[in-house]
Design a protein around this ligand. Sequence first.
Ligand SMILES: Nc1ncnc2c1ncn2[C@@H]1O[C@H](COP(=O)(O)OP(=O)(O)OP(=O)(O)O)[C@@H](O)[C@H]1O
Length: 728
Amino acid sequence: MPSMAANNFSRNTQYHQAKGDFLARKQKYEQQRKNLPIAAVERRLVEEVRNNDTLIIVGETGSGKTTQLPQYLFKGGFCRDGGIIGITQPRRVAAITVAKRVAEECGVPVGQKVGYAIRFEDVTSGETKIKYMTDGLLLREALLDPYLSKYSVIIVDEAHERTIHTDVLLGLLKNVQKARSKSINGVVNTDLNNSNNGHTFEERIDNQNTGILKPCQAKKYNPLKLIIMSASLDARVFSEYFGGARAVHVQGRQFPVDIFYTHKPETDCIDAALITIFQIHLEEGPGDVLVFLTGQEEIESVERLIHERLRQLPECSRKLLTFPIFSSLPLNCLRKLLTFPIFSSLPSEKQMKVFMPSPAGYRKVILATNIAETSVTIPGIRYVVDPGLVKARTYDPKMGVDSLIIVTTSKAQALQRSGRAGRDGPGKCYRLYQESFFEKLPDSTLPEIKRCDLSNVVLQLKALGIDDVINFDFIEKPDRTAVVNSLWSLYLLGAVTEDNKLSDVGHQMARLPVDPVYSKALIVASQFGCLKEMLICVAMLSVESIFYAPREKLEESRNALKSFASPEGDHLTLLNVYHAADEFFQKNRMVNSEEKAEKNLRKWCKDNFINSRSLKHARDIHSQILRNVEQMGLRVTSCEDDMLLLRRCLAASFFLKAAMKQPDGAYRVTLSGLIVQIHPSSVLFRAKPECIIFNELVHTNHSYVRNVSRIDYLWLIELAPQLYAAQD
Ligand SMILES: Nc1ncnc2c1ncn2[C@@H]1O[C@H](COP(=O)(O)OP(=O)(O)OP(=O)(O)O)[C@@H](O)[C@H]1O
């Protein structure tokens, strides 16, 4: 047995070692931080924020805006009165990774002084002073705390992305800022928007919750400092919107990035990307590669092709041994290439894998959608491959059709993409198009608010007390038809009343973090007595494709699907998959550890051609929305085997998307008159029932509907008379 002295000695050594490591890390971060271009203007920036309530900061990618400015403001005393510095990001992955980095730089665990919050995950505490979050999350917070009273500073980062949430936030923050500065001057706060009937937000909210209008109480708030930030925004537009707000530019970048263009246009982007990846791998020095692709399918096929080509490579080539960089690598170096996908529907823990360093001697190739385009730093990336394409949402308000199409990027996006290299050393960016093509790209991307279904935003605004959505002070007004159509859909869903006010149901819907059609479905299901089943349907419908059909095993995957298929449609089929997976998992967990049961479930998914990532994501969403509905006091009961009841509930919920069979076997959408086909992936593709409801409309060479269930037209008349009775 070791003596006490020896024990103490070893503990002492461990302590000193840990302390030494900590100090070395601290020193390393301090040095890195000092070298960032933004460090040279720290004092000036803090002064600018002190002197201006609204400030626009434009600075090169990688100059240190996102990670450093909040720390400077903290040090500059902006949290002294107990206020928090909030920083919004358009994407979850950026909020998480930047928070982790800043926590490391501060030498604290994430969740304490520095934290993050995204939909369904809150890693903050009472101690948190620097909080990274998605723009959507801050919007949700505004529902509960309309003055955003806990924030002393809000930084809207990557504002150039102009996500729908950023645009709504900007309008909201402008009002909150005005209201808070009035309150500090002792003016009673009655002016957060034009249509609040002269009551404060608190009063309106109390009125909604209790029905009793409380007496007016003037509250004092500190002014809200607002900072709009990006590497690639048109400062003029934002400055004008904020009444001539001051804009400052942070000069300089840490490392150079060389840009390369192709000599002629590329006809096959995937092939061009593959050639470039291998060219980099075989001819360039150490460093990882980041490739921008348009979506999960493309990523998976490029990943497969990389592995196929890798297998064809010789163990090692003589030619390569003449390059000094390869001479030190082991003989099988040519195959030492690892691929990592990252896209939005990939569960967070899988997404985080791209941030781990590659094993010694390996080169990492990250295949990403535009999720990795802004804010994130992936350590080790020296090469960026940019085919110049992105999958973007478009919306046809007349047809009510929301679709994803592949379009060329804007200059701002190209700049952001190249900015992912050159963050921890000099970088190279290969744009797979000609320079003349780049010159013709639009400067910035069309704001999302101009190309999206607005139902969710309109619902949120109304829940915030902003009834006159058309006249809301947007930085850029959305299409009037789109607003009117979303108001119409919300009216049909029962979320707004005839006189355009949010109904009780609407208030309930706004509390659920899913699309209005789904939140309504959950409320309807609690009345029908099948909320247990609807929670599963909504979770499964909220993720990308559950079924996985590799081209080479199409027949096998179809057979696997048959074992879950319901003749009534895709919703019941999804329910069968979820139940089967859950039963398998629960049985496994009785005899295995949680980890082993998870592993076995992944194997079960593989055997059954189910996308385990999507299923895991659906299971997570399910538990989160279950918590939400329980908090709201909705009755979570099961309809057991009464599938007729569940189908009627589907009709009562998704009646906005119904279609009738035409003599030629195509379908006519009842609301828009659009002619569509059932997608081949649907279990009803061949059955072709007379009347269907569906959740998704996609455009390829035809208009297809997906996630389809068989219903009876008479149910629509009975359950959605507001739309169907008049047509009878
Ligand atoms: N997770 C990380 N790992 C390693 N280095 C990092 C990390 N995050 C940031 N850095 C370093 O800090 C620098 C500044 O990053 P930061 O995100 O603050 O820049 P930025 O100006 O906001 O860039 P962008 O406009 O591209 O978001 C990076 O270039 C990189 O050198």
